[in-house]
Write a protein that binds this ligand. Structure first.
Ligand SMILES: [Zn+2]
Length: 357
């Protein structure tokens, strides 16, 4: 089997979030053929290669979003053509999985040469934030660093935005429109709050810029001739690592006339200091000079304080879109990147002259 075949087989095996069983079977089987014993819980797989030393998590996700309308190709009948493979998940994130798995299959031949322990985890439900890496962390044991595989064009993301969603409710008093003086219009109240969103300013982050509050949904009013007594709207903030989600929610509550409820705050913003061994090793492996920030969240959000980077082959702008594809050149560079990064990290973390070891 070649690396190109490996990606083709992964993409040809449907794995919409929650239905990763068959693709997990495929990955588990390929590793078993090389004598690697794989742990499995639900549709999550993990295994260790090497022994002792630092412990590096190498993680990507097996699941995909469902195919949306607009696909002109078959989402699950991939073929390599003109150096590209079109299929659901080819870019997000099966190119990363194939690159990491290819590296693992090679390392399985001589794991003792690694100089540390690579903890591989191919996990489920990244796209839905369900029964994936977050449910597995304790089972993985202590971790010194992590690389999360997502399509970044092999840029080294050392910061990633979080996501805070607030549900705001403006309360009023209903009345017949003809007797408007008896009522209090909740939609007008919500509108005053919504118009304030554009003036809120947050401090910028060196890699991520400043977050902006975006109102994404509004609902209110029961009848055309009745003054509405409530209006609900959602605010979505893509946060930076210096913002605490609870503090931001309290700030909004203090500024708005509407009630402010935290709808979702668990996707935490993340950043890793550039001098950390994992950042330095990843830059060296990819040939990039400096790390970048990423606007999208990922499974990194669940990894707590473990120093991590997000990096992998592909382009984030192709994700969740019709006719998603990966270039053969990207795939091969991805596999070479992880093959260099894993031993490179162990060396970087061990190196006595490194001030950040
Ligand atoms: Zn992804």
């Amino acid at each position: 089997m070649t690396l190109d075949d490996l990606l083709l087989r992964l993409v040809a095996t449907p794995s919409v979030s929650g239905q990763e069983g068959p693709v997990a079977d495929l990955v588990q089987g390929l590793l078993a053929e090389r004598g690697v014993r794989v742990n499995r819980e639900g549709h999550n797989l993990w295994f260790e290669l090497g022994q002792g030393g630092k412990r590096l998590l190498v993680n990507s996700h097996l699941d995909t979003v469902p195919p949306n309308e607009g696909w002109s190709a078959e989402p699950w009948s991939p073929a390599w053509k003109d150096g590209r493979l079109v299929g659901l998940g080819a870019n997000d994130a099966k190119g990363c999985v194939a690159s990491m798995l290819w590296t693992a299959l090679a390392l399985a031949e001589h794991p003792e040469t690694l100089g540390g322990t690579a903890v591989f985890a191919f996990t489920a439900e990244e796209e839905t934030g369900g029964k994936g890496i977050a449910t597995l962390l304790e089972r993985l044991g202590p971790l010194d660093a992590a690389v999360v595989g997502e399509p970044t064009g092999l840029q080294i993301c050392a910061a990633q935005r979080g996501m805070l969603i607030l549900r705001c409710v403006a309360r009023g008093r209903s009345a017949h429109v003809a007797h408007g003086q008896l009522g209090e219009n909740a939609i007008h109240k919500a509108a005053r709050d919504i118009s304030r969103m554009e003036v809120f300013r947050f401090e910028g982050h060196p890699l991520l810029g400043a977050p902006r509050a975006q109102v994404t949904q509004v609902q209110g009013g029961l009848a055309r001739n009745q003054i509405p007594d409530s209006c609900e709207f959602f605010v979505d903030l893509r946060t930076t690592p210096d913002l605490d989600h609870d503090e931001v929610a309290r700030f909004f509550a203090s500024q708005l006339e509407s009630e402010v409820h935290v709808h979702s705050k668990r996707y935490l913003p993340k950043a890793t200091a550039p001098e950390q061994a994992i950042v330095q090793a990843a830059l060296a492996a990819s040939g990039k000079a400096v790390p970048v920030g990423s606007a999208t969240t990922s499974d990194w959000a669940w990894l707590g304080e473990v120093p991590a980077v997000k990096a992998g082959p592909g382009d984030t702008h192709r994700s969740h879109r019709p006719d998603e594809f990966l270039l053969m050149e990207e795939l091969h560079k991805g596999a070479a990147f992880y093959a260099a990064l894993i031993p490179g990290y162990f060396q970087e973390a061990r190196s006595p002259e490194a001030p950040h070891a």
